[in-house]
Structures are given as C-alpha cells and as structure tokens.
Design a protein. Sequence first.
Length: 272
Amino acid sequence: MIRTPSYRLFTTISSQSLRDQLPVFIESVGRQYRTAITPLSPPQNALDTYVMADRSQWERVVTQLLGSRSDLIASMSRAGFTLQSRSIVYDIGPHDTFVLLAHEGWHQFAQASFKEPLPIWLDEGLATWFEGHRWTGEIPVLTPRDNPVRLDVLTRAARTGSLIPLDQLTGTTPQDWITKGADNPLVYYAQAWSMARFLTEDPTRNEALATILTLASRGQLRTELSRRLGDRAAGIAMSRRLGPGVMEAFVDRDLSRLQSAYSEYVARITGE
C-alpha cells in the first residue's frame, strides 16, 4: 500500500516507474477535482484506489471487496469502475491507465464528498473532462479541454449525423448506450465530454455549473431545484438522476435554445 495525503493506493503493478507515477498523478488530479471549476470540500477520509496488474487480479479483488456484488464483473467490458467511494481498475497501458484513473477518480471524489448526487449526464461529463493530461518529465499536466480520443469520436459522430440530442443525452445512462452496441457508448461519452467543455468554457454557463456543484456538495441541490422547478420536478430529477431538470433550472430554461447553442459549439470544435 502507498499512502498519500488524500489516498490509500493498493497496487500490484511491477513497473517501478509506473508505481512512482501513480501517487503523483492521483494527488494531482484530486486537487483538480477540488479547484478546477469551483472550490469543493475534500472527502473526510483518505480514498481507497486499487490498480491491479491485470484483469484476473482485478477480478479477485472485486470478489473480495464486493462479495455478492461481484456479479458486476460479468457485465463489465471496461477496465475498472467505482463503487462505494472505491476505485478499482487494472493496467491497460501507461496512458490509458491514467485516463481511467482520472475518470474513475472523479466518480470516487463525488461519491465520497458530495452530499447529493449529480445528474448522470453531468457526472459522466465531468469524469471525461478530467481525463485529459500529458506528462512533462515526472509532472502530470492536466488538460481537461484537450482529449484527442473523445474529440475524434465526436468529430466522426458530427460528420455522420449521429450526435445524440440533448433530451436523450440527459435522459439516458451509459448502460443504455452500451446495450445499443456499436459506437453508441463512445458517442455518449464523447458528447458528455463536449457538454462539460460547453459548460466550462462560457463564463455564464461556468457560473451555473459552479452553483450546481456547490449545492450538490452541500446537500442543497434538491432544495434549490424545488424552488426553481417545483417539488415534483425536483423529486424526479434527484431520484432518477436523469432528465434535463438540472440543466433547465440552472443553465437555460429553453432547452431548444440550449440545443442550438450546443450544436453550434460542437460544429466549431470539430470543424464540421
């Protein structure tokens, strides 16, 4: 086990260079979660992160930690997940392992420190937004707006007319798109990433995003949603974590206008 100020890192990785990079990276991206958009309180306790050398080791750890929930393994094609504020991943190569750690690390941070959950579309959007990074020597440089893999998928979807409308993006889960197969889940995540960029790069929308995060962190999101949308709409938005309620309440009441602005933004960043 490797202890850092904010994490307990359990790993079976044999590469010493990678073992040296892991604690530096998770601490750096952890600071990013707390400061990039608005100041957020850190979790009260150190977070447990598992980075196993291969899938077989990962499966054994999942079985040990989750017990009856280990049936999740069979349905998982990706290399890790986060549950109960624990991230459990395995090595899929130097760059992609850090991408995975950054993505799952956001879910871990949100589960541990937020008193109320975010809408799924926003939670996944921010997780993908935090993936972008590069290394300068031994120092990770975090570049949320630069994510070539997500941008490439987004560009192909824009070119083929297969972008997901906002009402569907906010009203579905990643599992819904995984079930559809083909490139659908990749398009979902690429659009979630672009939506996070869309929100963070405009000052007014970034302020709205900061408000959402602050309220969820403090456990005040449902109360404010009730004030803006009514109790019934707030209850649906918070219980299901789906739908455009949070977006309409804080970003723009006119979803069609927001769709137009988002479509223009995607066309600009993809050149399509």
